[in-house]
Design a protein. Structure first.
Length: 490
């Protein structure tokens, strides 16, 4: 997002504006370990020795990710096939295990997802998408029915139905000239559901995929008898997304470790030559690297810098990186349908310098303390706004100027669950009012602003973001990293 629009600027409770806190625009904060030397191999897994406040760093997955960090991963048909088929196997297994109990908990008898070509419902990505080699149909109905003792019955009525959808849908019915409506009407009347969930939500985007036209089509198809039985799928979808499986956890760890590896290299002399490399050069280096490694688009990497005596510059300025600059990158890969979201910072050494100025080091240390505070407030059952308010109040008591904007992540970079942001309904919907759930992946995202004496007291913002997992027992685990000091570019 372009900082000049002000779209993502966060304003602190004290009324000051943090120029570089951009929750709405993905520029959110980096916390992934110090250097490649900090990473050691244990039983085929990469782990860091870093710990913050007794919260252990996660074992990063797998030798494949270590190879990626070394630049050895090659984009091959076999790699793409393995990641793609893994995605749908993991999602189908989750649906078969968890959807029916959650439908019953929310008293939903039938969940109807209607979708059309060129305007697919985002929730379809949870339930087979278009089926690898199929396509989104002209007008399709994806149906999830609680059949009582017979369990979950899944049906899709539509066009362009690939048999790759078989793991998700027991019955796949094609229609022709007669259209979808008569099939949908017969299906609903035969089951006579008491509560029908549809994807319509005022505030949660991934639960709002039903278009105005498709809702009218649905109401016409099923008739007035069922109009008053239709409810929003929002509570069901949010809890379903937030319920994670061990297989999903493994993919999230892989995405986190791969993101760390790419960004560690991006903020080094491998990608940056001071005095020559521009911010967009770094952006395109990251883009080329995630594509080369066979990852999927998540969100575009954003790169910006702070410089003594100047306003912050972002990649739309395409400034040349110079000695003395403080760099910041926001990026995360997507693999097998699961995303990471991290931010990292680095300092470009001036001639003769061996470390950043003391004021910048002190600001980063304040951010380390702020990370400890926020993680201590990650208590399952607390709402997002409660966590944000408590953490910022504690920071203020310690003289730390901080802004918290952490959020759930996973299937989407800003996921369906809790967000630790302002309670602004028109902007953030109900996310700040959701409770933190054990088992959720949370992007630990925040910024700390402090004056730098070496920059004549100019305020610098340390923007941090880290992939974390909140365990059932309340422990919070870093899935990679965390970054504990500014990385150095010579």
């Amino acid at each position: 997002m372009n900082r000049r629009t002000g779209y993502g600027v966060g304003t602190s409770p004290r009324g000051s504006t943090n120029r570089v806190a951009k929750f709405g625009g993905m520029a959110l904060a980096a916390l992934v370990a110090g250097s490649p030397a900090d990473v050691v191999a244990t039983d085929g897994q990469a782990v860091t020795g870093a710990q913050v406040a007794g919260i252990s760093a996660a074992a990063a997955p797998a030798a494949g990710v270590q190879a990626a960090a070394a630049g050895a991963t090659q984009l091959t048909p076999e790699l793409i096939r393995a990641r793609t088929e893994r995605e749908w196997e993991v999602k189908a297994e989750k649906m078969r295990r968890h959807l029916l109990p959650l439908m019953r908990a929310h008293e939903i008898d039938l969940w109807i997802i209607l979708s059309r070509e060129n305007a697919p419902d985002p929730a379809l990505e949870l339930f087979g998408g278009y089926g690898i080699t199929g396509w989104y149909g002209h007008r399709n109905a994806y149906l999830f029915h609680d059949a009582g003792e017979e369990g979950l019955q899944t049906t899709v009525l539509g066009t362009h139905l690939s048999d790759h959808l078989a793991p998700f849908y027991d019955t796949r019915t094609l229609y022709g000239e007669e259209g979808l409506a008569p099939h949908l009407r017969r299906y609903v009347e035969a089951r006579d559901p008491r509560r029908i969930a549809v994807n319509q939500s005022r505030t949660i985007s991934m639960a709002d995929g039903l278009t105005a036209e498709l809702k009218e089509y649905l109401l016409d198809a099923v008739g007035p008898r069922y109009r008053d039985r239709i409810v929003s799928s929002e509570p069901l979808l949010v809890e379903y997304v937030s319920t994670r499986t061990p297989a999903e956890d493994a993919i999230q760890r892989e995405a986190s470790a791969a993101t760390f590896a790419i960004l560690r290299r991006a903020l080094s002399n491998e990608a940056i030559t001071p005095g020559r490399t521009t911010l967009l050069d770094v952006h395109y280096w990251i883009t080329a690297e995630w594509k080369r490694q066979g990852f999927e688009f998540n969100f575009p990497a954003s790169v910006d810098l702070q410089r003594a005596g100047a306003d912050p510059l972002d990649d739309s300025d395409d400034a040349v990186i110079q000695p003395g600059d403080l760099l910041h990158v926001d990026f995360g890969v997507r693999t097998s349908g699961i995303v990471a979201d991290q931010q990292k910072m680095a300092y470009v050494l001036r001639p003769g310098e061996q470390e950043p100025p003391a004021g910048l080091r002190a600001a980063f240390e304040r951010s380390n303390r702020m990370a400890e505070i926020i993680l201590e407030e990650f208590v399952p059952g607390r709402t997002g706004i409660q966590i944000k308010t408590r953490a910022e109040a504690r920071a203020a008591d310690e003289g730390i100027d901080a802004l918290v904007y952490s959020h759930a992540q996973g299937n989407w970079v800003h996921d369906a669950g809790v967000w630790m942001v302002f309670d602004w309904p028109d902007r953030y919907g109900d996310h700040p009012r959701f409770p933190l759930r054990a088992g959720e992946w949370i992007s630990l995202e925040f910024s700390v602003t402090a004056p730098a004496p070496e920059w004549d007291g100019q305020a610098v913002s340390i923007m941090r973001e880290e992939d974390t997992l909140v365990h059932e027992d309340g422990r919070v685990e870093y899935l990679s990293g965390p970054q504990t000091e500014l990385w150095l570019i010579r």
